[in-house]
Write a protein of this length. Structure first.
Length: 305
């Protein structure tokens, strides 16, 4: 549903997106993570035909973004971080206006369907200005869906929402994949990305990594083993004396040990610790969190650019 190949955008001497190549399948929620200025919004704008690429090519819902821009725009729905509405108009009139712009065959029925689905039907006659940010975000989702797009671009959909509103929006996004819609989700919320996304792309102008969240964590965890101890002592880390141990450090409840081959080396490591008097309560691969993986990939700098 989304295919980008060497997609590049420059603004003068600055490269915002550099040779991006990725695919998103039908019914997939693909997360796009990266620090401010990494090119996430620029990527969405190019794929939605709101901004022309400098070079490269892409297609969305089977339409080339250069040669079939009107068809692309009719096939996608967009939710921006700060969606704009006509605040003095009612919810129903706002949504009806956008449905008519998209040429929806039965705009009244489409508006009713999505206002009801997003829990806004009872407030349809109220002005948008009276809504909380969470309810406006629901209305923005309704607007993005009113013309039944195959592809959705969601930019920070839960930013600034209270926990209950954010949960409701996440739940709704999760339902979209079951409808075979493809979602490109731009977010800084790593827990949200891990919960919703089948795969995650980490971007910092260039694509740094693309895989399932669990696979990203597994790959970045390497060969480190977490040994939980009932009696953690610093000498356990310094007295191992095993040739396959690369590093060992005391943590608050045990040891973190990097070995050459966990499958082969863990039994000997455990025997040595028992010889040293360690009381072992657990042994597990020391898996990184998604936050660890993200910060290592982007260099730990999430400052604005």
């Amino acid at each position: 549903m989304i295919h980008a190949e060497e997609l590049t955008r420059r603004f003068g001497d600055r490269t915002a997106v550099d040779a991006l190549t990725l695919d998103a399948r039908e019914g997939e929620i693909l997360g796009l993570l990266g620090p401010n200025g990494a090119g996430k919004t620029t990527t969405v704008r190019m794929l939605a035909c709101l901004l022309a690429p400098t070079s490269g090519r892409a297609s969305v819902a089977g339409h080339d973004i250069r040669e079939a821009a009107p068809q692309v725009r009719g096939s996608v729905g967009i939710l921006t971080e700060s969606p704009g509405f006509y605040k003095r108009l009612t919810l129903e009139r706002n949504l009806r206006f956008f449905a008519e712009l998209y040429g929806v065959p039965a705009p009244r029925e489409a508006v009713q369907r999505y206002l009801k689905r997003l829990g806004l039907w009872e407030r349809r006659a109220e002005a948008v200005a009276t809504l909380s940010k969470g309810l406006r975000q629901r209305l923005a989702l309704a607007r993005a869906l009113v013309h039944e797009p195959k592809v959705l671009f969601l930019d920070e959909p839960t930013s600034g929402l209270d926990p209950e509103s954010a949960r409701d929006v996440r739940q709704f996004i999760g339902e979209l994949a079951s409808e075979r819609r493809t979602v490109l989700l731009c977010t800084h919320n790593l827990a949200e990305a891990e919960e919703l996304c089948a795969r995650i792309a980490v971007l910092r102008t260039r694509l740094l990594a693309l895989d399932r969240p669990d696979e990203l964590k597994r790959r970045m965890s390497g060969s480190r083993v977490a040994i939980g101890l009932r009696n953690p002592r610093s000498e356990f880390a310094t007295a191992l004396g095993l040739p396959f141990v690369r590093t060992a450090e005391l943590v608050h409840d045990g040891l973190s040990v990097e070995v050459a081959d966990p499958e082969r080396d863990v039994p000997a490591l455990v025997r040595r610790l028992v010889e040293l008097g360690a009381e072992i309560r657990s042994v597990a691969r020391d898996e990184r969190t998604l936050e660890d993986v993200y910060l290592e990939l982007v260099g730990g700098d999430d400052g604005a650019a």
